[in-house]
Design a protein around this ligand. Structure first.
Ligand SMILES: Nc1ncnc2c1ncn2[C@@H]1O[C@H](COP(=O)(O)OP(=O)(O)OP(=O)(O)O)[C@@H](O)[C@H]1O
Ligand SMILES: NC(=O)c1ccc[n+]([C@@H]2O[C@H](COP(=O)(O)O)[C@@H](O)[C@H]2O)c1
Length: 274
């Protein structure tokens, strides 16, 4: 690997985080180790972006609480942060737009750094666009990039009819890149093999094997909480305390959005499941 340029990566995780769990935080550590191991990347930042209330998923509590819990969970991390942009939008924002927003933020920050070097900025935009159109095999290795971080269930949800726009999937994997953590019985490699779009951009998809198989999910946590069971060690202690102090997650909160007439994408996204 000697002499090879290292790309700086910002990992972006989008989700309900209802509530944030230890597994959400672990995803970042797994992804960072994996990318660093390739010798091609340096992970400089992790961003947690909770979905807005407009997502209207059943049982989704207010964004202000989900945001605060994510902030408490990441308080002691020196690289994982929480970003409120997505959840402050009045309407639900498609994930491709969220990734684009953070990529533009990154570009703007870089542009501020090399303010005078406008040539570099313009050249970089051109390299990225050429790459996405398939005319380049190199996406500009000396520049930073944003990668979407998700579990294998999200990758597999790309195959659910009407849930994701094809152009959004192509943009996420083609222009940005994806780090996918294995989850339960999902087989990301098989899924990538079966999708022409994912296969085309397979070099931008990093599958990370979680060897410590676990069934931690926010759904399990909410269920335990409304039954008065302990969730300690599944969530950061600060989050457990916040849940208790604010009396979050009851039978009542799980009914939230239950009577909402869902858009097709929401019907497929498990919004109807309890
Ligand atoms: N145990 C896990 N293993 C791998 N990925 C996970 C795990 N738990 C959550 N994720 C990933 O974290 C991201 C955010 O997930 P989300 O907030 O929807 O959590 P969740 O536990 O899947 O929620 P819910 O149970 O409410 O559907 C998604 O990409 C999801 O795939
Ligand atoms: N078309 C899309 O962009 C699309 C569709 C479904 C879910 N998502 C995102 O996936 C994340 C996880 O959603 P679920 O909690 O429903 O699994 C959320 O951030 C949501 O916004 C995006």
């Amino acid at each position: 690997m000697e002499g090879q340029a290292v790309t700086e990566v910002v990992l972006l995780a989008c989700g309900s985080f209802n509530p944030i769990t230890n597994m959400h935080l672990r995803m970042f550590e797994l992804a960072r180790d994996h990318l660093v191991d390739t010798g091609q990347y340096r992970v400089v930042k992790g961003i947690i972006s909770p979905v807005g209330d407009g997502y209207k998923k059943k049982g989704l509590i207010e964004a202000s609480h989900r945001l605060e819990m994510a902030r408490l969970a990441t308080k002691d991390s020196d690289w994982i942060t929480v970003d409120a942009w997505e959840c402050l939008q009045p309407e639900w924002v498609e994930t491709a737009k969220v990734v684009r927003h953070h990529y533009d933020d990154l570009l703007a920050a870089e542009q501020n750094i090399d303010d005078v070097d406008t040539v570099k900025y313009t050249k970089r935009r051109r390299v990225e666009e050429n790459h996405f159109q398939g005319s380049s095999s190199d996406r500009g290795r000396d520049s930073s990039q944003v990668m979407l971080l998700c579990g294998a269930d999200v990758l597999e949800s790309f195959g659910i009819p009407n849930l994701w726009k094809q152009e959004d999937i192509a943009e996420i994997v083609g222009r940005y890149g994806l780090v996918c953590i294995t989850r339960n019985s999902n087989d990301p490699h098989k899924f990538i093999h079966q999708s022409d779009t994912l296969w085309k951009y397979r070099k931008n998809i990093h599958v990370v094997r979680e060897w410590v198989t676990n069934e931690i999910s926010a759904t399990h946590i909410r269920r335990a909480l409304r039954r008065g069971r302990s969730v300690r060690y599944l969530l950061p202690d600060k989050v457990v305390r916040y849940v208790q102090e604010n009396d979050l997650y009851s039978a009542e909160s799980e009914k939230k959005n239950a009577d909402v007439v869902l858009a097709p994408f929401q019907k497929c996204s498990g919004a109807l499941s309890s």
